[in-house]
Ligand binder design. Structure first.
Ligand code: SF4
Length: 173
């Protein structure tokens, strides 16, 4: 898929470790994922990019199936939350580039809770809708299964400060 090569190069230039074009049928969803948000995450209901404001696994499956290809991005994270912000920003930049190049359906999903504002008024409208995107997991995507289906690294971490692997995706067309 030569036509996507410039976007893979752009992702790598932005510091992503792996960027590959995947079939959206191999981006997996599951009902358990948002249960982990609902029971166990501090941000549940507190951010407009987090559940219950985000699509559930059934809605996500339906919108994933309205695409054929996506750019799956991976980065190994080491103890610096700014890296996560930069990674999520790169996903939105890639989405914008695809869109302006004519891929009118382009849509990015990042990782983790949105950090664009100091506080998020989840009872109102998003203050930064052009840059705010939900995480893959916030939409019911099983990131572990998706990463492993593409032979990419991911594992359970035991502490908040431990190194880990982070993922984002841009749905293309
Ligand atoms: S951009 Fe601001 S208002 Fe929008 S979801 Fe993120 S933190 Fe909330």
């Amino acid at each position: 898929m030569k036509k996507y090569e410039p976007y893979i190069a752009m992702a790598l230039e932005k510091g992503v470790d792996d960027a590959l074009i995947v079939d959206t049928a191999k981006i997996f969803t599951a009902p358990w994922v948002r249960m982990k948000c609902r029971f166990g995450c501090l941000y549940y209901g507190k951010k407009l990019c987090c559940p219950p404001h985000t699509p559930d696994h059934k809605e996500t499956r339906a919108f994933l199936d309205s695409y054929k290809h996506a750019l799956l991005c991976h980065k190994h994270w080491k103890k610096d939350y700014k890296v996560v912000d930069k990674f999520n920003s790169s996903i939105v930049d890639l989405e914008t580039t695809f869109f302006l190049d004519g891929y009118y359906k382009a849509l990015g999903l990042g990782m983790g809770p949105c950090t664009l504002c100091k506080s998020c008024d989840a009872s109102g409208a998003c203050k930064n809708p052009e840059r705010a995107r939900p995480a893959m997991e916030a939409c019911g995507i099983d990131v572990f299964q998706t990463a492993r289906a593409h032979q990419l690294p991911i594992r359970v971490v035991r502490t908040h400060s431990e190194e880990r692997d982070i993922y984002g995706v841009v749905l293309i067309e």
